[in-house]
Ligand binder design. Structure first.
Ligand code: HEC
Length: 104
């Protein structure tokens, strides 16, 4: 019984866990503006994302995707996020949340 319970637990965990590796791959689309390190680029008016919470990243990516957030230069980002699925956005957010803040 314990074994079955553990297997169930592992299974359900995998079902809901975010795929950080997939998020890392998807992040390749974002580096031109936000940087490999997620520290943002002044020249692109792209803010730093490193050190941010996954739930906030997810909400803002969705807001830009759904054109609810049209502040500043958000429209520049729209083409890069418009086709992302909910799961891809969750994976991306999980990956970005692992990036440390590195101030020069
Ligand atoms: C063409 C440049 C560009 C690309 C590519 C881009 N972004 Fe952005 N992103 C921006 C800009 C500019 C803003 C700030 C929008 C504003 O002025 O409100 C932004 C804002 C954000 C925010 C909100 C940050 C905050 O603190 O509120 C998140 C999260 C984000 N981008 C994630 C991503 C992800 C993930 C990708 C890749 C799928 C991506 N961006 C690709 C330019 C870009």
């Amino acid at each position: 019984m314990k074994l079955i319970m553990s297997l169930l637990l592992i299974f359900s965990f995998n079902l809901f866990a975010q795929d950080v590796e997939n998020g890392k791959k998807l992040y390749a689309k974002c580096t031109s503006c936000h940087g490999n390190d997620g520290m943002g680029k002044k020249s692109q008016k792209a803010p730093m994302l490193a050190g941010q919470h996954d739930w906030y990243l997810e909400s803002q990516i969705n807001a830009i995707k759904n054109k609810k957030r049209v502040s500043g230069s958000a429209s520049k980002m729209y083409p890069f996020v418009k086709a992302l699925t909910d799961n891809e956005i969750k994976d991306l957010s999980a990956y970005i949340a692992t990036l440390p803040v590195v101030l020069n």
